[in-house]
Design a protein around this ligand. Structure first.
Ligand code: PLP
Length: 351
C-alpha cells in the first residue's frame, strides 16, 4: 500500500480500514442500544468527525475547550469529557461555544461547579464524573450526589453522569472494566436520583471495553481510538492488524546485519509505552517491534535479511492519539493511491 514517493517520516491513513472501523463501532452501539459519541481527540481531523457523524454518531466527545472550538465547525453537539477549571477566559469561550452548539461539560468537584456557575452559562449541560476503577478523575457515587446537588443549586443543568473505564488498558482487564463501569454508573445514577436530579445521560466507554458495554445502564459510549486502532489495541487483542487504519511510515536510514533504523522516532510515533507493551510500536513486516526509540530513530531488530537502505517501512504506533498530535497532516490512501491529505486541525488544541 505504500507509495515510493512518500516523504518520510509521515502518517498514512488506510481509508478502507478507517471506514470499516467507523461502520463497525456504529453497528456495535446500535446493537447495544446506546448512543455513540466518539472521542475526537484521537483523530483531531474534521473529515473524520464528519464521517463519524454521517455514520450515526449523535455528537462528539472532546477533551478541551480548544478541541470543542475546532469541532464546532462540523458538529452541533459536543461533550467536553474533562473536569474543566473554568477561569474568566475559558468562561467567555464556553459562552461563545454554547451559542453555536449544544454543549456539555464534566465536573467532579464542588469547587469546579462554583467556578463554572459563576460564568452564568445557561445553555451548558453538566455531567458528574464518577470513578469506575481507573482512579484518575471522578468521585464515588456519594460524591456524585454532592457535586450534582451543588451544580443544580448553582443553577446549572445536570443531565447525568459519566465515567472513563481507563483501567481496561491492561491484558485481560477489558471485560471486568466493562462490568465496573456499569456498577459505577448505576450507583451514581441511584445517588443522583435520590436527591431528585436528572440521570438521563449515563456515559461511559473506551475502545478496549466497548464490546463489554452494558446497554440499558449505559446510555452513551465514547470510544476514540477505535477509528484507527493502534499497537495497544492489537496487543490487548481488541483489534487485529487488518483493522489498523493509521501507520507511521519510516525509511530505513541505517542498517546492520540484524537490525534497521527508521527515521520515525519519538517525535513521530510518540513515546507512550505501557508496562505490558512489547516495544515502542509494532512493525507488521518485521519479526518484532520497535525496541528502541530516540527523537529521530526507531530501532527494529531484523535478524534475517533486513530491508535495504531506503526501504519504506510501516509502523503501528503504540498510542495513536499521541502520534496524531505530533503530525501536521495525515496522508489518506485508498487502493494504493494517495486520495487526500487531511490537516490535523486540532493538533495541540490543549487549552
Ligand atoms: C474521558 C475519556 N472518554 C473517552 C475516551 C476514549 O477512550 P479510548 O481512548 O480507549 O478510545 C478517553 C480516552 O482517553 C477519555 O479520557
Amino acid at each position: 500500500m505504500l507509495l515510493p514517493e512518500l516523504v518520510t517520516p509521515c502518517l498514512v491513513v488506510d481509508l478502507d480500514a478507517l471506514e470499516a472501523n467507523i461502520t463497525a463501532m456504529a453497528g456495535l452501539a446500535a446493537r447495544l442500544g446506546v448512543d455513540l459519541r466518539p472521542h475526537a481527540k484521537t483523530h483531531k481531523c474534521l473529515p473524520i468527525a464528519a464521517r463519524q457523524l454521517a455514520g450515526g454518531a449523535v455528537g462528539l466527545t472532546v477533551a478541551t475547550v480548544a478541541e470543542a472550538e475546532v469541532f464546532a465547525e462540523v458538529c452541533t453537539d459536543l461533550f467536553i469529557a474533562y473536569p474543566l477549571w473554568v477561569d474568566a477566559a475559558r468562561g467567555r469561550r464556553l459562552r461563545e461555544l454554547s451559542e453555536r452548539v449544544r454543549l456539555g461539560v464534566g465536573v467532579d468537584s464542588v469547587a469546579a461547579v462554583e467556578m463554572l456557575a459563576a460564568h452564568r452559562l445557561p445553555g451548558v449541560d453538566v455531567l458528574v464524573e464518577v470513578d469506575s476503577g481507573q482512579h484518575r478523575t471522578g468521585v464515588g457515587p456519594d460524591g456524585a450526589a454532592e457535586v450534582g446537588l451543588a451544580a443544580a443549586r448553582a443553577g446549572l443543568s445536570v443531565r447525568g453522569v459519566f465515567t472513563f473505564p481507563g483501567h481496561a488498558y491492561a491484558p485481560g482487564a477489558a471485560a471486568p472494566a466493562g462490568s465496573e463501569e456499569a456498577v459505577a454508573l448505576r450507583a451514581a445514577e441511584a445517588a443522583l436520583r435520590r436527591v431528585g436530579l436528572d440521570t438521563s445521560v449515563r456515559s461511559g466507554g473506551s475502545t478496549p471495553s466497548a464490546a463489554h458495554t452494558r446497554g440499558g445502564v449505559v446510555t452513551e459510549m465514547r470510544p476514540g481510538v477505535y477509528v484507527f486502532c493502534d499497537a495497544q489495541q492489537v496487543e490487548l487483542g481488541v483489534a487485529t492488524t487488518d483493522q489498523v487504519a493509521l501507520f507511521a511510515v519510516g525509511t530505513v536510514v541505517s542498517r546492520g546485519s540484524d537490525r534497521v533504523v527508521l527515521d520515525c522516532g519519538s517525535k513521530v510515533l510518540g513515546a507512550d509505552r505501557a508496562g505490558w507493551a512489547a516495544g515502542f510500536g509494532l512493525v507488521p513486516d518485521a519479526p518484532g517491534p520497535v525496541v528502541a526509540l530516540s527523537e529521530h530513530h526507531a530501532t527494529v531488530p531484523w535478524p534475517r535479511e533486513p530491508p535495504a537502505l531506503g526501504t519504506l517501512v510501516p509502523v503501528i504506533p503504540n498510542h495513536v492519539c499521541a502520534a496524531v498530535n505530533l503530525a501536521d497532516e495525515l496522508l489518506v490512501l485508498r487502493a494504493g493511491a494517495l486520495v487526500d491529505r487531511w490537516p490535523v486541525a486540532a493538533r495541540g488544541a490543549n487549552t
